[in-house]
Design a protein around this ligand. Structure first.
Ligand code: TTP
Ligand code: MG
Length: 579
């Protein structure tokens, strides 16, 4: 229960509403507790003694109590919904912020599907349970105790039945709930499975269709869906048994009360109205017990959700942001000293081995190497997306770990291998990092990145709507928008990870010329699978299986470096080297 309790602190800003909700329910409780008694009096005194005035007075009293009860109930529901709604929105915001701040290494380990389930299902469930708690926390115990007292007051003798019926009902209901609870937990897990299948399918639907594999995927979904159906039916079956069982107990109790009470009435030891009131209190007691057991099941159910929410809160980002060194801008000197790196720190499986190099401010550096040689991994270290296993990375002579993380991310800008665009207009995407960029500047940079020409061909130009995941743009267009977006965030160090791989050679050349002309003062790291892209770089890093096997100009490498020569030769054959 401690996880759920720890989440209740989110009610704090809304404590006024959180107090009003249980407080207002008191009117409903008063109504529930007084009504049977008043009804008994109307029958006993009003009807029994033919006292019309008494009947009218009590009916008016009942009306007033009912109206007050209903108003209280509406008010309570209103404030409970408000408090729980605001609190769960706050929790959702906190979880989202936490996810946004997680490191790559964290995110590599956590399934996206799990995070989405936490953000949607789990938090919604917590919101619901908070609402029920606010409404029922006082209602159930007061009605339970109040009704028991009233029943005893009416007839101590008849109340002996409570000694039997209350424990038996409690026992039976709790056994049923105990059975149902694990089933409901399993339902949640099966929902996760169905979600996973759907998510994979929707995001990979093009591949599924391209391989004509729809039937296989539908089959997979059917299996997950069938499992969910089976367990849901089982869980609901148990719950469905509970209601009739409760009704059975209530009816047995009523039969007993009528039988025994009837004898008492005939002996003139009891009045008819009292029997009716007693039956009312009895059903109050039993329904409260049922409600209590439902709440207890919900509480334990929501504890699992609360645990998952707290798990997200407790993820420790493995990138420590302690020293927080900042300056106005970076000059752009990058130094690697004996750097080893592994994605899986414990395994010793090194992706990069013993890297040593110095890049001077303003240089343009090409990075080449076969696929999987570690190019992307190398540059991701410069943005400190991961911490290295051994050695040191210095930027402007300062250890990268001493910088403020956000400062580094702001000044070392990436245009990634697979560009990610957001749904919205082209303009929204270009001004992603800074809304205040002027349209003139946006257009100027768009021309450098060879974005402007194709944008002018789209309808609405820069206001052209990009669909989810950029499906209505070509690969090369996405890459160029991603490059322009990177340039517009005014980097001191710019990293291009094969950014022009899907762009034709002439456009690629135009982009490189533009970069040289307008961005000569910043440090640029340019990964490319095409030698032609890096041919004019100040120096080229040649990577092979995580090691640097060459670091020099194109001409020198071509003369002396075997790995470089091999790459060069293979591309001449392909006719890829046109300039
Ligand atoms: P990369 O650094 O991605 O290799 P690359 O960029 O040179 O390859 P490409 O030209 O295809 O873009 O990968 C190097 C190794 O690191 C490879 O064995 C896969 C592994 N790796 C991970 O384990 N986790 C990751 O997140 C990445 C990016 C790579
Ligand atoms: Mg790569």
């Amino acid at each position: 229960m401690k996880n759920l309790i720890s989440l209740l602190k989110y009610l704090k800003p809304y404590k006024k509403w959180a107090f009003l909700a249980p407080l207002l329910i008191v009117f409903e409780v008063i109504m529930d507790l007084c009504m049977p008694n008043i009804m008994a009096n109307v029958i006993n005194i009003g009807i029994g003694e033919n006292n019309t005035n008494y009947i009218v007075f009590n009916i008016i009293l009942m009306c007033i109590l009912t109206i007050l009860g209903i108003l209280g109930s509406i008010g309570s529901a209103y404030y409970a919904a408000k408090a729980s709604g605001y609190a769960s929105a706050d929790i959702r915001k906190k979880v989202f912020e936490k996810i946004t701040n997680l490191s790559f290494l964290n995110l590599d380990k956590i399934k996206t599907g799990h995070l989405i389930t936490v953000l949607t299902n789990d938090i919604t469930l917590i919101g619901e349970i908070i609402m029920y708690l606010l409404r029922l926390i006082f209602r159930i115990p007061i009605i339970l105790v109040g009704s028991i007292l009233m029943a005893i007051l009416i007839s101590p003798k008849l109340s002996i039945i409570l000694v039997f019926i209350v424990p038996i009902t409690t026992l039976v209901v709790s056994i049923l709930m105990k059975k149902a609870f694990p089933k409901f937990q399993e339902v949640q897990e099966r929902v996760d499975d169905v979600n996973t299948v759907v998510r994979e399918n929707v995001s990979g639907i093009r591949v599924v269709k391209a391989f004509v594999n729809e039937n296989y995927e539908i089959d997979k979904f059917d299996k997950a869906n069938k499992k969910l159906r089976q367990i849901s039916v089982k869980a609901i079956r148990i719950i469905n048994v509970t209601m009739p069982v409760m009704m059975l107990f209530i009816n047995i109790a009523i039969v007993f009360v009528l039988w025994y009470g009837g004898i008492e009435v005939m002996n003139k030891d009891m009045l008819i109205g009292d029997i009716i009131a007693f039956i009312q209190y009895l059903s109050n007691i039993l329904t409260s017990l049922l409600m209590a057991s439902v709440v207890i099941v919900m509480l334990s159910h929501s504890e699992a959700s609360a645990l998952r929410i707290n798990e997200v809160f407790n993820y420790k980002s493995d990138l420590k942001n302690t020293k927080k060194y900042k300056k106005s801008k970076l000059k752009g000197k990058i130094e690697f000293q004996n750097v080893d790196f592994s994605y899986d720190q414990g395994s010793g499986n090194l992706v990069l081995k013993n890297l040593n190099f110095v890049i001077d401010p303003g240089q343009t550096i090409g990075i080449v190497g076969s696929t999987g040689s570690g190019k992307t991994s190398l540059v991701s270290l410069i943005g400190r997306f991961y911490d290295i296993t051994k050695g040191k990375i210095l930027i402007d002579g300062v250890n990268i770990k001493d910088y403020d993380l956000n400062f580094i991310r702001k000044h070392v800008v990436f245009s990634l291998q697979q560009p990610v665009l957001f749904s919205g207009s082209i303009k929204d995407n270009l001004k992603y990092t800074n809304k205040d960029i002027s349209d003139d500047e946006m257009i100027k940079v768009s021309k450098i990145a060879c974005v402007h020409d194709f944008v002018m061909e789209k309808e609405n130009h820069y206001d052209y709507k990009i669909e989810q995941k950029g499906t209505n743009l070509s690969g090369g267009q996405k890459q160029r928008i991603s490059l322009a977006r990177a340039l517009l965030s005014k980097p001191d160090i710019l990293v291009l990870d094969d950014t022009t791989s899907a762009v034709d050679i002439n456009t690629d050349l135009a982009i490189r010329k533009g970069l040289k002309k307008f961005y000569n003062d910043i440090t640029i790291l340019m990964i490319s699978s095409r030698i032609s892209t890096v041919i004019n770089a100040d120096k080229i890093i040649v990577l092979d299986e995580g090691q640097i096997v060459g670091f020099d100009t194109h001409d020198k490498l071509l003369k002396e470096n075997k790995v470089y020569q091999a790459i060069y030769k293979s591309q001449i054959k392909d006719g890829d080297l046109d300039d």
